[in-house]
Design a protein around this ligand. Structure first.
Ligand SMILES: [Zn+2]
Length: 172
């Protein structure tokens, strides 16, 4: 669980005019949501099982399902069109979580293709230190190393992309 990964939605936000602050907040919650599966782990579900940590909750299918629900609710409540665009946005936010987890150097990989397969995957490029599973772990030396790792490999690149997007002139 990279601790800062909800910020990945900043890159997925699309044109600024389409993503009001409330959408970014929902996107951040969607990006963090896969780790709610950790509650099952705490309740005794085995880490490596389909519903264990980085299992079904981190899959692309779950991101698509949650993205569809959020897009439906978003467009229904806000009277907005472009449901497909919002589906892509919310599903992308949630799917980004598994992508960043697959770039860490510890734990088990991500079950991207659940329910078709429970195989776990990592990317071949894994620059991020794996974050501790509990809050207390962040207040240790290794927790500080995780923060530094994510600062370099998550925050700085995302900030650069966001800064570049903001610097682009808005076409009339
Ligand atoms: Zn995770």
């Amino acid at each position: 669980m990279p601790s800062f990964q909800p910020q990945a939605h900043l890159v997925l936000g699309g044109p600024r005019s389409r993503a009001p602050a409330s959408a970014w907040l929902v996107g951040a919650v969607a990006a963090a949501a896969p780790d709610l599966g950790h509650l099952l782990y705490v309740q005794g579900v085995a880490y490596g099982s389909a519903f264990g940590h980085r299992g079904a909750s981190h899959s692309l299918a779950m991101a698509a399902a949650v993205g569809a629900l959020l897009a439906f609710a978003w467009t229904a409540c806000r009277g907005r069109a472009e449901r497909r665009w919002w589906f892509g946005y919310f599903a992308g936010c949630m799917a980004s979580h598994g992508l960043f987890d697959a770039m860490t150097d510890g734990g088990l990989g991500v079950a991207f293709f659940w329910p078709l397969s429970t195989a776990r995957f990592f990317l071949s490029w894994r620059p991020n230190d794996v974050a501790p599973l509990g809050i207390r772990g962040f207040f240790t030396q290794s927790g500080w190393q995780v923060m530094q790792s994510e600062l370099v490999w998550v925050w700085l690149p995302l900030s650069a992309v966001l800064g570049a997007r903001r610097a682009q002139p808005i076409s009339p």
